[in-house]
Design a protein around this ligand. Structure first.
Ligand SMILES: [Fe+2]
Length: 286
């Protein structure tokens, strides 16, 4: 079982990542399989080195469960072969759309929160589960505008998709916080209203606060105090071990800064789970 704090495998971090010792509580790595499917050279070596050193989880960027463009069956076959080789317990990707009529935006675009959109997601999650033959976890995205028209609350939309597709949830604490601040809702109430028994993984990241107050989900800043606090709240609601990813994709600092964030996340994680772990320790009979 993979649990504790992980980091994304990114080329600029790889050398320092692989040089870390057991004193850093870094338990696993997340990879984007699009970087490794049917690729050799640098990427093949990077993946082999990572596998020898850490457990891996996979997080895709291209399935867009709300897209109307049919899946590329060749890509699904190649992806299945990689996931099967890596023996990951689930594969995650995003609740969004990324392409229209075969044109790819290379971005995660927000869905309208209504029944037609949730049905598209449910159908595609079923297709992905059938093709990949492992459980699918979906991640809700950060968004700055949503399509107009009739809509339900985001948490209700997300919960309906999860329940009707039987998918797992990759809960991104920073996405919840960024959306809550930009759109004016309570991030704790949002998290509390989700089917938390479906959560298999968390993401934590930094974001950029603009002068006009808009928060942009950059993955290129340190994690802010409010997101650390929301992570602790989320762990208390979950009250069980899960893998937690520190997402850093841009503006890479000295590795010591990332190591300090990993240690702080791990301290919160262990503090929250300590009572559960103690209560499961068998009593010693004298
Ligand atoms: Fe994320």
């Amino acid at each position: 079982m993979i649990e504790g704090i992980g980091l994304g495998l990114r080329s600029p971090l790889a050398k320092q990542l692989f040089a870390t010792g057991p004193e850093l509580p870094l338990r696993w790595l997340e990879i984007h399989p699009e970087n490794y499917v049917e690729r050799g050279g640098h990427y093949e070596t990077l993946l082999a080195t990572a596998r020898a050193r850490f457990p891996l989880l996979t997080h895709g960027l291209s399935m867009g469960f709300g897209s109307l463009t049919p899946f590329d069956t060749g890509h699904l076959r190649s992806l299945r072969s990689l996931l099967s080789e890596l023996q990951v317990p689930w594969h995650s990707d995003h609740l969004c759309f990324s392409s229209v009529d075969g044109v790819y935006a290379h971005d995660l675009l927000p869905l309208p929160f209504h029944r037609e959109a949730s049905q598209v997601c449910i159908d595609r999650i079923h297709q992905a589960q059938d093709a990949l033959r492992i459980p699918i976890a979906v991640e809700h995205i950060s968004y700055y505008a949503t399509p107009a028209g009739p809509r339900m609350p985001e948490a209700e939309h997300l919960s309906e998709i999860l329940e009707r597709s039987d998918a797992k949830l990759l809960l991104d604490v920073n996405n919840v916080y960024v959306n809550a601040m930009n759109h004016g809702f309570d991030p704790r109430a949002f998290i509390a209203s989700l089917p938390l028994e479906r959560v298999v993984q968390l993401h934590v990241a930094g974001h950029h606060l603009r002068d006009d107050g808009l928060r942009i989900d950059t993955h290129g800043e340190p994690v802010c105090e409010e997101v650390f606090a929301l992570f602790e709240y989320t762990m208390r609601k979950l009250a069980r071990p899960v893998p937690v990813l520190l997402e850093r994709d841009d503006n890479f600092p000295d590795f010591a800064e990332l190591a300090a964030e990993i240690e702080r996340l791990d301290a919160i994680y262990r503090r929250v789970l300590a009572p559960q772990r103690q209560s499961k320790t068998p009593a010693v009979s004298l």
